[in-house]
Design a protein around this ligand. Structure first.
Ligand code: NAG
Ligand code: NAG
Length: 317
C-alpha cells in the first residue's frame, strides 16, 4: 500500500520546472554525441589517479634500505648521526671529555668483513645445539653463555646449573674460544669506527644469542619488535652490536633491523656474518620487524664504558 501511494505521489510531483530541466539535458546530449561519456571518463581518470597515489603512499612509508642482504661490504659502511643528550645523564669515561669511550661521535655502521662465513656457521651451530635443549613457547628464544640463562617454555633456566657437568657434552672449548675471538674483533671494529681506545670498552650484559621465528608471543619476553633505545632500556649500554647468523630473504622473511629516524626508517637486512653496530643512545631508536617466516639467528653483543658494569668472557665450567 505504502509503495503504491508513494509511486502516485512521485508521478504527480513532476513539476514543469523538472520537465524543463530534462529537456535541457536532452538537448545538450543531442548537441554533442561524446557529452555523455565525459563525466564517467573523468570519474575513471580520477579513480585511477587516486589509487595510484594511495599505492605510492602505502608502499613508500619512507623506508630506505641501508644495507641489503645481497650486498657484501668489503669495508664498514658508516653513518654518523648527532649524539643525543642521553650520555650527559651518565658519568663520562674517562672523566675528561676525550674520545676514550663515552660516545662523542655517534652513529651506526655495518661490516661484512669482521666475521667469516665459516665462523658464522659455527656460531649458528652453537646456538642450535644449545637452544635445542630448551626454547621459548613463544617465537623468541635466548641463550646467554655469560649468565647461563636460556629460554625454556615460558621461563628461563640456568644451563650451567640445569645440565651441570653434562654441559661439556653439549659445548666444546672451541665453541667458547670462537665466541671470545669474535666478540674481541667486534670490540676492535667499534673502537676503530668511533675513534675509541678499545681497552676502555667493556663487554656488558645482556650479551646473548637469539632465535626468532613466526610463532606468536606467549609472554612479554617474546615481544622483541617494540621500538626502543638501548641506553634507556639498559643504562649501562654505550655501544650495541648485532652479529647475524642467518640470511634475510633466504632463511627467514621479516626480521629486518630498523633505525627509526624522524623522517625516515632505515633498514639493515641481516646477512650471515654481518655485524651491525651503533651508539646506544636515543640517536639510534630502533626496532626489529616481526619475523613472518623461517628462523632468524643473531648474537647481541653489548659494550659499556663503565668498568663497574663489565662482565667477563664466558668459559666452560
Ligand atoms: C618456532 O620455534 C618453536 C620453538 O621455540 C617451535 O616450537 C615452533 O614450532 C616454531 N614455529 C614455527 C612456525 O616454525
Ligand atoms: C617508520 O615505521 C613505523 C612503523 O614501523 C611507522 O609508524 C612510521 O610512520 C615510519 N616512519 C616514516 C617516517 O615513514
Amino acid at each position: 500500500m505504502a509503495v503504491q501511494r508513494r509511486g502516485n505521489v512521485k508521478t504527480a510531483d513532476t513539476t514543469p520546472f523538472e520537465k524543463q530541466i530534462k529537456r535541457v539535458i536532452l538537448q545538450s546530449q543531442t548537441k554533442s554525441p561524446y557529452r555523455g561519456y565525459i563525466v564517467p571518463l573523468l570519474a575513471l581518470i580520477g579513480t585511477v589517479a587516486l589509487l595510484t597515489w594511495l599505492c605510492s603512499v602505502w608502499t613508500n612509508d619512507n623506508t630506505e634500505t641501508m644495507v641489503s642482504q645481497e650486498e657484501v661490504l668489503t669495508q664498514p659502511r658508516v653513518f654518523m648521526v648527532q649524539c643525543s643528550e642521553d650520555y650527559q645523564k651518565y658519568k663520562h669515561f674517562p672523566d675528561v671529555l676525550s674520545s676514550g669511550c663515552t660516545p662523542m661521535k655517534c652513529g651506526r655502521a655495518v661490516s661484512d668483513s669482521v666475521v667469516t662465513a665459516d665462523e658464522a656457521r659455527a656460531l649458528k651451530r652453537l646456538a642450535e645445539k644449545g637452544l635445542a635443549l630448551g626454547g621459548s613457547d613463544g617465537g623468541a628464544s635466548i641463550l646467554d653463555l655469560h649468565s647461563g640463562a636460556m629460554s625454556m617454555g615460558r621461563k628461563f633456566i640456568n644451563i650451567y646449573r640445569y645440565f651441570n657437568d653434562q654441559i661439556r657434552d653439549i659445548f666444546t672449548e672451541e665453541d667458547f674460544e670462537l665466541y671470545r675471538v669474535v666478540r674481541g674483533r667486534i670490540q676492535t671494529v667499534i673502537a676503530e669506527t668511533f675513534g675509541l681506545d678499545s681497552s676502555q670498552l667493556y663487554l656488558t650484559k645482556p650479551t646473548f644469542f637469539s632465535r626468532i621465528n613466526s610463532t606468536s608471543a606467549k609472554t612479554p619476553h617474546d615481544e622483541y619488535w617494540h621500538p626502543h633505545i638501548d641506553k634507556v632500556t639498559y643504562g649501562s649500554f654505550d655501544y650495541t652490536s648485532l652479529l647475524y647468523l642467518t640470511d634475510y630473504g633466504v632463511d627467514f622473511i621479516g626480521g629486518r633491523f630498523i633505525f627509526m629516524d624522524i623522517n625516515r626508517n632505515r633498514t639493515v637486512e641481516p646477512r650471515a656474518g654481518r655485524v651491525s653496530f651503533f651508539s646506544s643512545g636515543s640517536e639510534n631508536l630502533h626496532r626489529v620487524e616481526k619475523v613472518a617466516w623461517g628462523t632468524r639467528y643473531a648474537i647481541t653483543v653489548s659494550f659499556t664504558c663503565d668498568p663497574d658494569y663489565a662482565i667477563a668472557d664466558p668459559s666452560l665450567p
